[in-house]
Design a protein around this ligand. Sequence first.
Ligand SMILES: Cc1cc2nc3c(=O)[nH]c(=O)nc-3n(C[C@H](O)[C@H](O)[C@H](O)COP(=O)(O)O)c2cc1C
Length: 174
Amino acid sequence: MDFTEIAEKRQSCRSYDPARTVEKERLDSCLEAARLAPSACNAQPFTMYAVTGDKAKELSDHKNSGMGKFVEDCSTFVVFVEDSYNAMAKTGSVLTGLDYRSIDIGIACAYLTAEATEQGLDTCIMAYFSNKKVQEILGTRKKIMLVVAFGYRKADDPQRPKKRKSADEIVKKI
Ligand SMILES: Cc1cc2nc3c(=O)[nH]c(=O)nc-3n(C[C@H](O)[C@H](O)[C@H](O)COP(=O)(O)O)c2cc1C
């Protein structure tokens, strides 16, 4: 797939096939793509927790984790946890008032999910969850930024047309 095809194909999956698990090699390719993502001052101010097995079972208990009910059928997650800036990124962020860490994590997550699409996987990026509960499951007190559900969508879950602002609304050519 070229990149435009990946961008068109990637969609938030909320209907996972519980019978299919994500192969380790495919997940590793996604983590590697995210590792290669650019970041302000090359700080890479995050850790990606690749969560499978019993810990994934805990995360998929949506009553606890606060995520959507659909995660019950997921057995693989990647959780972005915020780390410290390096000195240069911290200075830049203070001087500009920009939150470089959120930007960096967003870019890495875009790489992660784009590679997942290339690998034939389905994903859902989530920023709505119980920070405390996810921290407890991971065993960290650092800020949880994003949880990404991984899996294969059910056979009857269709590819949806994209609903987006028009180019006129979102692009200004000056
Ligand atoms: C930062 C961020 C947070 C999101 N949080 C959630 C979430 O908590 N739960 C959920 O079901 N989808 C979540 N989404 C998915 C968006 O709703 C989705 O990307 C958007 O509606 C566009 O649809 P598409 O991803 O299928 O193209 C999130 C997406 C992003 C980028």
